[in-house]
Design a protein around this ligand. Sequence first.
Ligand code: NAP
Length: 283
Amino acid sequence: MKIGIVGLGLIGGSLAIDLHALGHTVLASSRRASTCQQAIAQGIVTDASPDLSLLTAAEVVFLCTPLGAIEATFNQLAPHLSPDTIVTDVGSVKQPIVAAIAPRWVNFVGGHPMAGTAESGLDAAQPQLFAGNPYVLTPIATTPPQALSTVSEVVRSLQSQLYQCPPADHDRAVAWISHLPVMLSASLLTACIAEPDQSVLELAKKLASSGFRDTSRVGGGNPELGMMMAQSNQLELLRCLELYRQSLEQTIHSIQQQNWPALEAQLNQTQHARPEFIKRPPA
Ligand code: NAP
């Protein structure tokens, strides 16, 4: 298959590595000529150029630019494509992208690979990034079945766990498992560094171990990513934060009232619930 990729960063570059290795013709475009030359030199693409007309021959195109640039990328790319070309994207929030592109490109299938690292750019790209991880497609009523099945086939070939859901369900679910944790973790760090006793704060820094490392990891990451989550999924994130606030107040109440049975019941419930979120079905 002739596959186009726009935006050779962590996700676009990782897609290029796997799809080229699978024997596809990979035609890529990235903003900087140096990135395109690097991809050619690494042998992870068939050809690459900042000129989007290179993708005219592509049968399926993956839009892999930053979330805020995906719609603009599509606008620039569309005049170079035949209407038969299937376009998909990898953006982490789906409703705004699907709403912007689907009415203008019938062969559009929204997508989101649930895989990544803290790094960005082509140097961070790696083989098998998607293998064993969920990859969500968000078709809508007007999505042609043929476009959906073609993108599904490519996604399955990456050894991803393929899921399908409406864009709104996707955004609500990722608010719970991705965007809310970033805000909670950031709030944890904010509260912690506000400890007024400097000597206690310094001691806490020295004593911090695996528990703090786990709970602070996503809040201590790239600020741009957190901003993107809050701005692009604002309503779903606020809904989750509100429900979280209720849960936190319940926990505070149990501790204030020394209602140990209530706290114990809550902790038993969460102990049983966690594995449901982190288990993976076999590949
Ligand atoms: P990234 O590593 O920063 O790669 C994006 C690449 O696009 C950049 O390397 C850059 O290439 C090019 N680019 C940057 N700004 C651009 C612009 N304004 N217009 C056109 N091209 C531009 O980002 P990423 O982590 O791969 O994320 C790409 C997409 O994947 C995002 O939409 C994100 O929501 C989604 N996603 C990310 C993750 C994750 O964990 N990172 C996971 C799932 C989905 P040049 O070198 O040519 O400038």
